[in-house]
Design a protein around this ligand. Structure first.
Ligand code: ADP
Length: 469
């Protein structure tokens, strides 16, 4: 960067020099005149004083008009300060994108740390074909080594983990190497997350439209029938209107769930800062679901500690609890028992409860995990039903959008397959955990755990200290 001169030091230097020259010249002439007797002492003294005064006057004013170099501030020549320039090598070293320089025969001449990690290259350099077995990339590199410009190439790996990469290859001419002047610069960009997001968006649209198309087609069919041969059949009309009402309600539920999911996803990265009294939430949810419990004669057994306060958004946590208890009701046979347990101030191991608790062939899986913080205490909600249970292979898919276990009957209110996806996203937003344990034929336990409110956690630490002392 060029630096603009901000002070007038050089112009002052020139003025001083000019003034001194004029004063010295004038004084010398007058001294000589005095020495050779042409001037008396007093005359010479007055003349020298006059020359001095004129020099000071010149220094202060006239110099700038007589000497154009002084009128404008002088801009010094830009200085090259080697310390200001960052060497290209240092920049490449800290670049988080893999960059490699390939020389004759495909030998890796240099690679930045990101590239070494990406292709699994040790400290010694090797040949590109040994670490990157991608024919399209190797072809592009060979072309670049002949000085031919090449287009970016893409390649994908499906194992051991899915990855999608775009490789940019450019020929570089090194003038100091007259024998083999061409090198190939290879830049690799990981596009896996972009590809995955694209596919998820496409799948989501396909699923959402499929889920809406089915009830819409059935509605259109019933309307057609009602306008045709069922027009005069009162009994059929009543039955069809009932089914149409259920289908419309289902579409409403689906749209509400989709809106809810997209709202939650939008601020999933922002952890809620408020406090939610989970004990009060549990009481509200029980009151809200009482009619559904009564409709299937299901008994709800509760073990709810009072005043369990978590860091969180009360409305979203109410949605979590409704989804879990509603599922327990939906997937339980009539006249069975559901248990709702709420504990507080639980350390991580207790919140996760890794040991299996159900009889039979029970399996357990974490659907969401909080970041590891050894000091964190949790509020835990556990919902247990004695329904059909879920086979082990289905567990990992439970929180996928629109996933429903085949053959699961949820009664007249058919589910949307979005409830557990909503639970998972809310719990992730709260930096909490979500686990499921299930045993076919014996039922399931769905648990969520949430960071306890800070003040409460501090109080409980104080209490422990008090008790100890
Ligand atoms: P849905 O609206 O279909 O209930 P969810 O996302 O809540 O959607 O659940 C996804 C699937 O997980 C359900 O379709 C069901 O097959 C299974 N499931 C959820 N909860 C239970 C449960 N308590 N017992 C058995 N299966 C369950």
């Amino acid at each position: 960067m060029r630096k603009v001169a901000s002070e007038t030091q050089p112009s002052i230097r020139i003025r001083r020099r000019d003034t001194a020259a004029v004063a010295a010249l004038g004084s010398t002439v007058l001294l000589l005149l005095w020495i050779f007797g042409e001037l008396g002492f007093v005359q010479a003294f007055v003349a020298i004083a006059t020359v001095g005064a004129l020099s000071v006057f010149y220094y202060l004013t006239v110099s700038t008009t007589l000497n154009p170099r002084l009128a404008a501030p002088v801009e010094p020549e830009p200085e090259e300060r080697p310390a200001d320039r960052v060497p290209a090598d240092a920049m490449l070293e800290s670049l988080p994108i893999p960059v490699l320089m390939i020389g004759a025969g495909g030998r890796i001449e240099s690679a930045n740390p990101a590239a070494r990690e990406f292709v699994g290259l040790g400290s010694t350099s090797g040949n590109l074909s040994a670490v990157l077995r991608q024919p399209k990339v190797l072809e592009a590199v060979s072309a670049a080594l002949r000085g031919t410009p090449v287009k970016p190439v893409e390649y994908s790996n499906m194992a051991p983990v899915e990855s999608h990469v775009r490789a940019f290859v450019a020929p570089l001419k090194i003038d100091s190497d007259p024998v083999l002047p061409w090198r190939a610069m290879l830049v690799l960009t990981d596009e896996t997350s972009i590809k995955r997001a694209d596919r998820m968006r496409a799948d989501f649209l396909a699923n959402a439209s499929h889920e809406l198309r089915t009830p819409l087609a059935s509605l259109a069919g019933f309307i057609e029938t009602l306008r045709g041969h069922a027009r005069e059949d009162e009994e059929a009309r009543e039955r069809f209107l009932g089914i149409m009402f259920d289908q419309t309600e289902r579409m409403q539920r689906l749209i509400n769930d989709l809106l809810s999911l997209s709202r939650i996803e939008m601020d999933e990265h922002v952890q809620p800062s408020g406090e939610a009294d989970i004990s009060a939430v549990a009481e509200d949810v029980i009151d809200f679901l009482r009619p559904q419990l009564a409709a299937k004669s299901i008994e709800l057994e509760t073990d709810i500690v009072k005043g369990a306060v978590a860091t969180g958004d009360r409305d979203q946590l109410t949605e979590v609890m409704i989804n879990l208890v509603e599922n327990a009701i939906k997937y339980s046979p009539r006249e069975t028992l559901i248990s709702l347990e709420l504990i507080t101030d639980a350390p991580r191991e207790e919140a996760e409860k890794r040991e299996l608790t159900l009889e039979g062939e029970s399996s357990r899986l974490s659907l969401a995990m909080p970041p590891s913080d050894p000091g964190e205490r949790y509020v835990v909600v556990r919902v247990r039903d004695r329904g059909k249970g879920i086979e082990r292979p289905n567990l990992p898919r439970l929180s996928e959008r629109f996933y429903r276990v085949d053959g699961q009957k949820s009664g007249p209110k058919e589910g949307t397959g979005l409830g557990l996806a909503i639970v998972k996203h809310i719990i992730n937003r709260h930096r909490g955990g979500f686990t499921v344990e299930s045993s076919p034929g014996h039922g399931s336990v769905f648990s969520v755990f949430l960071p306890m409110a800070r003040e409460q956690a501090a109080d409980s630490v104080d209490e422990t200290v008090d008790q100890d002392s």
